[in-house]
Design a binder for this molecule. Structure first.
Ligand SMILES: O=C[C@H](O)[C@H](O)[C@H](O)COP(=O)(O)O
Length: 224
């Protein structure tokens, strides 16, 4: 059996086949996207003419190292394509994202794209979202109160930490990882969370009409 990392690489590299000359591309975040960026960097060196908008500072750094030209929303109103990873994909192709803490910028970038391709290994495909704790980005001010209000929706929010320090997102905010027993109605949960003052965005990406490239044991499957 191929190691899982290889499947991330296979899914990432497959997505680059959808990138055409002249496109403006949303560049997602995470380890699977990093494989896509490496392949895209090679294509750019060979002469492919594209511009990307990164969805995180990490992606921006890697894209710069790889020589991928970048732009931003002061110059671009709509992206031709966005390519992003996910932590879970359900049977209706709803997504749970934000394991790396990049959910807000990812949602802005992904929603600005005419087409969104999600790249995952098979372990991310689940019948129902929610085994992975749902990342919710919140304002630092009063985050404890925001967390108590979120808890009323049926979860125990945990403040995300990195090396014993509170994790701070690219936007200067905190992330609450919210473990619900199951997320049966993601649309409703997303709306309920967004009504809580202090919540910036949730990691639920619902009904975005995505194509999903799934790699399993070296084989590719396309879900849409
Ligand atoms: O905030 C991070 C993003 O939503 C990632 O796209 C997601 O966590 C998947 O990451 P990976 O490809 O590393 O599993």
């Amino acid at each position: 059996m191929e190691p899982k990392n290889n499947d991330k690489q296979i899914a990432g590299e497959e997505a680059v086949k959808f990138i055409k000359d002249g496109m403006t591309i949303g560049l997602g975040s995470g380890s699977t996207v990093n494989w896509m960026l490496k392949k895209l960097g090679e294509r750019v060196k060979e002469g492919l003419n594209i511009k990307g908008i990164p969805s995180s500072l990490k992606t921006e750094r890697l894209a710069n190292e790889l020589g991928i030209p970048l732009t931003d929303f002061s110059e671009v109103a709509q992206l031709d394509l966005a390519i992003d990873g996910a932590d879970e994909v359900d049977s209706r192709l709803n997504l749970l994202k934000g394991g790396g803490g990049s959910l807000v910028r990812e949602k802005i970038v992904d929603m600005a794209a005419k087409e969104l391709i999600i790249i995952v290994d098979r372990s991310k495909v689940v019948p129902q979202l929610g085994a992975f704790p749902l990342p919710v980005e919140v304002l630092p001010f009063g985050w404890e109160l925001t967390a108590r209000n979120i808890a009323k929706l049926g979860c125990e929010p945990i403040i995300r930490k990195k090396e014993d320090q509170v994790f701070v997102s690219d936007n200067g905010n905190y992330i609450l990882d919210c473990k619900f027993s199951a997320i049966k109605q993601p649309e409703i949960l997303h709306e309920d969370l967004k009504r809580i003052v202090g919540v910036v965005e949730t990691g639920l990406f619902i009904g975005m009409g995505v194509k999903v490239i799934v790699a399993k044991n070296g084989e590719i499957e396309l879900l849409k």
